[in-house]
Design a protein around this ligand. Structure first.
Ligand code: IPM
Ligand code: MN
Length: 346
C-alpha cells in the first residue's frame, strides 16, 4: 500500500467549500487503487493573519515541504489589506517552492456554453511563468504621496528562468497532436525582456524541431483569444501576461468556475501546488453556491503530475460527463461534487 501525502490549504471564502469537493473527487479517483491519501490541513489565510499576524511562516513551509503535493482553495479577504495575503502567502508559496510553470489549460468541453457565438474547437494550454516578471516585487516608490512621487515595478526576466519555462512549454507542445507553440509578449515595447524571450524560444526550438512556433504581441493575443481561440495549442508567456490572458481564456471556455491550474515545479525539488484560477469570492462564500469544478479539474492535473494518468483521466472524464449533462440545473457545491465523485467511481 502506498501513501500520497497532501498538504491542504482551504484558505478563504469559498476555498473551504471547493476544496472539500476536490478531496472527495480525489478519494473517489483512488478508491480501490491501494493508495492511501494522508492530508495535512494548514490554517493559512485571513483567519490566521488576523489571529497571529502570520501569512506563511518558515515552519509552515517546512511542513508543506514534507508533502507530495498541495491542494489550495482560494486566498484573499476584504478584511485584509490588498497584497498582504497575495504576496505573503500565495506568491511566497510559488516562489519558495519554485513553481516556475503555472499551467492553465483552456478547453471548451462539450455542452459548455462559451460567450462566443462560434468558438470552434478550443483546447489549448497556457504555460505561464510563475516565479519572475513584475511579480518578484523588486520595485519601490519614492516621495510617496507628493506630487513628485515615483513608483516603479521592475519586471525580472532571467536567462535561466526564461529558458527553463520555455523548454517545459516546448516539451508539452511536442507531446500534443498539433505541436505548436505561441510566444506571447510585447517585444515592440518591452524590448529587453521581449528580446530575451524571443531569442530563447528560437534557441530552444532547435531541441524540438517538430514543434512549430509563432509570436503574438499580448494585445493581439487577446483579440485572437476572442475571435479564434481554436488557433492556440501551447502558449508560453511571462507571469503578468499569463495572469491576464488566463482570466480571459477562462471566460472564453465557459467561465472562471471551470478554470483549473497547476503551479508546477518540474524538477520536483519541492511539492507542486494545484488550485482553481478563481479567487475566494467573498460575495457568495458560505452559501454552498460555488462551482467546485475548477478545483476538481485541478485535482486531475495533480494526479497527472503525481504519475497517476489513469486516475487523472477518470476525473477529467467524469467532469466532462457532468458538464455535458449539466444544462441549467441549479445544484449546490456539495451536489456537484457528489455527482462528479459518483461518476468517478463509475
Ligand atoms: C492568480 C491570481 C494571483 C496572481 C493573485 C491572487 C496574486 O490572480 O492566481 O491568477 O496574480 O497570480
Ligand atoms: Mn489571476
Amino acid at each position: 500500500m502506498d501513501h500520497m501525502r497532501l498538504a491542504v490549504i482551504p484558505g478563504d471564502g469559498i476555498g473551504t467549500e471547493v476544496v472539500d469537493q476536490g478531496l472527495a473527487a480525489l478519494e473517489a479517483a483512488l478508491a480501490g487503487s491501494g493508495t492511501v491519501v494522508e492530508t495535512t490541513q494548514l490554517d493559512l489565510g485571513a483567519r490566521r493573519w488576523h489571529a497571529t499576524g502570520d501569512t506563511l511562516t518558515d515552519a509552515d513551509l517546512a511542513t508543506i515541504r514534507e508533502h507530495d503535493a498541495i491542494l489550495l482553495g482560494a486566498i484573499g479577504d476584504p478584511s485584509v489589506p490588498s497584497g498582504v495575503l497575495e504576496r505573503g502567502l500565495l506568491l511566497r508559496l510559488r516562489f519558495e517552492l519554485d513553481h516556475y510553470v503555472n499551467l492553465r489549460p483552456g478547453r471548451l468541453y462539450p455542452g459548455v456554453r462559451s460567450p462566443l457565438a462560434e468558438p470552434g474547437d478550443v483546447d489549448f494550454v497556457v504555460v505561464r511563468e510563475g516565479t519572475e516578471g513584475p511579480y518578484v516585487g523588486n520595485g519601490g516608490s519614492i516621495r510617496r504621496g507628493t506630487a513628485h512621487e515615483v513608483a516603479n515595478e521592475v519586471s525580472v526576466n532571467t536567462a535561466f528562468g526564461v529558458e527553463r519555462v520555455v523548454r517545459d512549454a516546448f516539451a508539452r507542445a511536442a507531446a500534443r497532436p498539433r505541436r505548436h507553440l505561441t510566444l506571447v509578449h510585447k517585444h515592440n515595447v518591452l524590448v529587453h525582456a521581449g528580446d530575451l524571450w524571443r531569442r530563447t524560444v528560437e534557441a530552444v526550438n532547435a531541441e524540438f524541431p517538430d514543434v512549430t512556433t509563432d509570436y503574438l504581441h499580448v494585445d493581439a493575443a487577446t483579440i485572437f483569444m476572442v475571435t479564434k481561440p481554436s488557433r492556440f495549442d501551447v502558449i508560453v508567456t511571462d507571469n503578468l501576461f499569463g495572469d491576464i490572458l488566463t482570466d480571459l481564456a477562462g471566460a472564453v471556455v465557459g467561465g472562471i468556475g471551470l478554470a483549473a491550474s497547476g503551479n508546477i515545479n518540474p524538477d520536483r525539488t519541492a511539492p507542486s501546488m494545484f488550485e482553481p484560477v478563481h479567487g475566494s469570492a467573498p460575495d457568495i462564500a458560505g452559501q454552498g453556491k460555488a462551482d467546485p469544478t475548477a478545483t476538481i479539474l485541478s485535482v486531475a492535473l495533480m494526479l497527472e503530475h503525481l504519475g497517476r494518468p489513469e486516475a487523472a483521466a477518470r476525473v477529467e472524464q467524469a467532469v466532462a460527463a457532468d458538464l455535458a449533462a449539466r444544462g441549467d440545473r441549479a445544484r449546490s457545491t456539495a451536489q456537484v461534487g457528489a455527482e462528479i465523485a459518483e461518476r468517478i467511481r463509475g
